[in-house]
Design a protein. Structure first.
Length: 290
C-alpha cells in the first residue's frame, strides 16, 4: 500500500480550492401543466415577458404569449410529441428571433430558419433578427420613388407599384394570384444579372408541400432561385408555425433592408395565417386542467 503524505494531500486540496468558482447563476424554471395542439400551459414562469423565448428540456423552443395570473400560455415552435405533463421549461431572457444567413438565398427554410430542402445546413455568418419589432416611423423611411415591375404589361401600365409599398392581391380561388407573384419574382432576374438584385422572399402559408415544391421548380427553371428565399409552413405543420411564418419572412426581409439592399416579400396565403391565429387564440383561451 502506497504511503500517503500529508503535504501532498494539502497541496491537492489547495489546488482544488484555487479553481473553485463561487459565482452562482439563477434560472427561472417552470413546469408544464397541460400540452396539446402546439399549445402548452406552464406554471412557475412568474417573470417571463410576452413574446419571450422559452426552452424545454428536449431543446424545443416556444414563445410566451398569454400571461395569466397562475400560468403562462406558450406556443410551441416544434414537435410537441415528446413534451409531457410535468416537463421543465426554462426562460432564455431573449425575445423570439430567427437566425438569418446569406446562404439562405436559393434555399427553402421553415419558420424557424431551418432548411427543409435536403441540401444540407446553412453555412456562414448568422445574424439574429427579432421576429417582432417596431417598424421605423414614416419620417425615417425612404420615399417610394423606384418602380417595381411585375413583368405583366397590363398590370405595370395601369397599377403604379413602387419599391417600398404594400400591394394586396385579392381574388377568388384559382384566378392566378400566385402566378402574378411568381412572375414578379422571375421578372427581377434582369436586375440580378445587372448586379443590382432585388432579393425575393416567398412565404408559403398553409399550402401543400407539393405546391411549394412545384413553385421552387418553376423558379429554378427560370433562373430565379439564386436571389430568392422560400419560407414554407405547410398545411401539415402546427398552427403556431403557420401563424409565425409571415413574421419569419418579414424578419429575413428586414435583414436585407438593414444591410441597404432592396427586398420583395410575398405572403401567400395570409388568410390561412388568420385561420392559424384563430386556432392558436382558441387553444390559449381553453382553461388549464385543474
Amino acid at each position: 500500500m502506497a504511503e500517503i503524505k500529508p503535504d501532498e494531500i494539502s497541496g491537492i486540496i489547495l489546488q482544488q480550492l484555487s479553481v473553485f468558482n463561487l459565482n452562482t447563476e439563477m434560472e427561472e424554471v417552470g413546469t408544464v401543466l397541460q400540452v396539446g395542439d402546439g399549445i402548452a400551459r406552464v406554471y412557475g414562469l412568474n417573470n417571463v415577458g410576452s413574446g419571450e423565448l422559452v426552452e424545454f428540456e428536449n431543446g424545443v423552443r416556444a414563445i410566451a404569449l398569454n400571461l395569466e395570473e397562475d400560468n403562462v400560455g406558450i406556443v410551441l415552435m416544434g414537435d410537441s410529441g415528446e413534451i409531457k405533463e410535468g416537463a421543465k421549461v426554462r426562460r432564455t431572457g431573449k425575445i423570439a428571433s430567427i437566425k438569418v444567413y446569406e446562404s439562405m438565398l436559393g434555399r427553402v427554410v421553415n419558420t424557424l430558419g431551418e432548411t427543409i430542402d435536403g441540401k444540407g445546413p446553412l453555412t456562414g455568418e448568422s445574424f439574429e433578427m427579432p421576429i417582432e419589432r417596431k417598424a421605423p416611423g414614416v419620417i425615417f423611411r425612404e420615399p417610394v420613388k423606384e418602380p417595381l415591375q411585375t413583368g405583366i404589361k397590363a398590370i405595370d401600365a395601369m397599377i403604379p407599384i413602387g419599391r417600398g409599398q404594400r400591394e394586396l392581391i385579392i381574388g377568388d380561388r384559382q384566378t392566378g394570384k400566385t402566378a402574378i407573384a411568381i412572375d414578379t419574382i422571375i421578372n427581377q432576374k434582369e436586375f440580378y444579372k445587372a448586379g443590382k438584385p432585388v432579393y425575393c422572399i416567398y412565404v408559403a402559408i398553409g399550402q401543400k408541400a407539393s405546391t411549394v415544391a412545384g413553385i421552387m421548380q418553376t423558379l429554378n427553371e427560370n433562373g430565379a432561385m439564386p436571389y430568392t428565399i422560400i419560407v414554407a409552413a405547410s398545411a401539415s405543420d402546427p398552427a403556431p408555425l403557420q401563424f409565425y411564418a409571415p413574421f419569419a419572412g418579414a424578419a429575413i426581409g428586414e435583414y436585407f433592408r438593414d444591410t441597404g439592399r432592396p427586398a420583395l416579400i410575398i405572403f401567400d396565403d395570409l388568410s390561412k395565417q388568420a385561420v392559424a391565429y384563430r386556432e392558436v387564440s382558441l387553444l390559449l383561451r381553453r382553461p388549464p386542467r385543474s
